[in-house]
Design a protein around this ligand. Structure first.
Ligand SMILES: Cc1cc2nc3c(=O)[nH]c(=O)nc-3n(C[C@H](O)[C@H](O)[C@H](O)COP(=O)(O)OP(=O)(O)OC[C@H]3O[C@@H](n4cnc5c(N)ncnc54)[C@H](O)[C@@H]3O)c2cc1C
Length: 201
């Protein structure tokens, strides 16, 4: 649709301040998105860990005993998918409830699927370190527990690419920022903001 509308697409092109200045554009819409949050938890960079964003690229590496670290929307959906594939799934969340950001219609359905698929949920558990046997967590009383699993899915949220936005913010007479680079959100938000940014030019 973009091509049919006359959009020139440049793939494999990293936009920098110098690039925009060289192009001498009248308007710039920054839509650089977000990146996954991977905190410095020991073991989280190891080979038995897959960041949820890369799941489809690395799904062959997923064993039958999985720990999903992070019970937001992405973590809950990954857990359900893996359980439906017949895997044993442990889901860890440090807050007091799963997917509090899911909307009022979606959330009850998501929670029902978690129950139906026999996912082992650990609420109020904070991940301390990842080992080959699973994720060592503390509960709300500070007691340590090993949540067992040989593959760990890291689903600890998304972080807006504010560094790229800050670099580009003064590069054109009209600049707008839209979507996840403002705040990690949804496709609907990104499309809505993109549409209105284009109308404003
Ligand atoms: C695991 C997961 C599941 C999700 N599921 C859903 C869902 O079911 N429903 C829903 O609505 N939302 C979902 N989301 C959120 C949704 O993916 C985002 O809100 C949406 O993709 C944001 O769109 P965007 O265009 O702002 O950013 P993105 O889709 O992230 O696109 C940004 C693009 O900019 C490129 N880029 C970055 N820096 C530069 C640069 N300097 N130069 C050129 N290009 C650059 C990146 O490579 C990327 O392709 C999910 C997110 C995750 C992580």
């Amino acid at each position: 649709m973009a091509e049919a509308a006359g959009v020139e697409i440049r793939l494999n092109t990293t936009v920098t301040k110098e690039y925009v200045e060289k192009e001498n554009v009248d308007a710039l819409i920054i839509a650089v998105g977000s990146k996954p949050v991977v905190p410095p938890i020991p073991g989280l960079q190891d080979d038995n860990v897959i960041v949820v964003n890369n799941y489809y690229l690395e799904k062959d590496k997923v064993s039958d005993q999985v720990v999903v670290l992070g019970g937001g929307m992405a973590g809950c959906e990954a857990a359900i998918h893996l359980a439906q594939e017949g895997k044993s799934v442990q889901l860890i969340e440090m807050r007091s409830e799963l997917a509090p950001d899911a909307n009022i219609r979606h959330r009850p359905l998501l929670l029902a699927e978690i129950e139906q698929n026999k996912i082992h949920v650990h609420i109020g558990y904070k991940g301390l370190r990842v080992t080959e046997e699973g994720v060592v967590c503390t509960d709300e009383a500070g007691k340590e527990h090993l949540v067992p699993g040989t593959t760990v899915i890291c689903a600890l949220g998304q972080q807006a690419r504010r560094d790229v936005v800050e670099e580009l913010i003064d590069c054109a007479p009209y600049v707008a920022q839209i979507g996840d680079c403002v705040r990690a959100s949804t496709i609907t938000t990104a499309i809505y903001q993109g549409y209105h940014a284009a109308l404003d030019i």
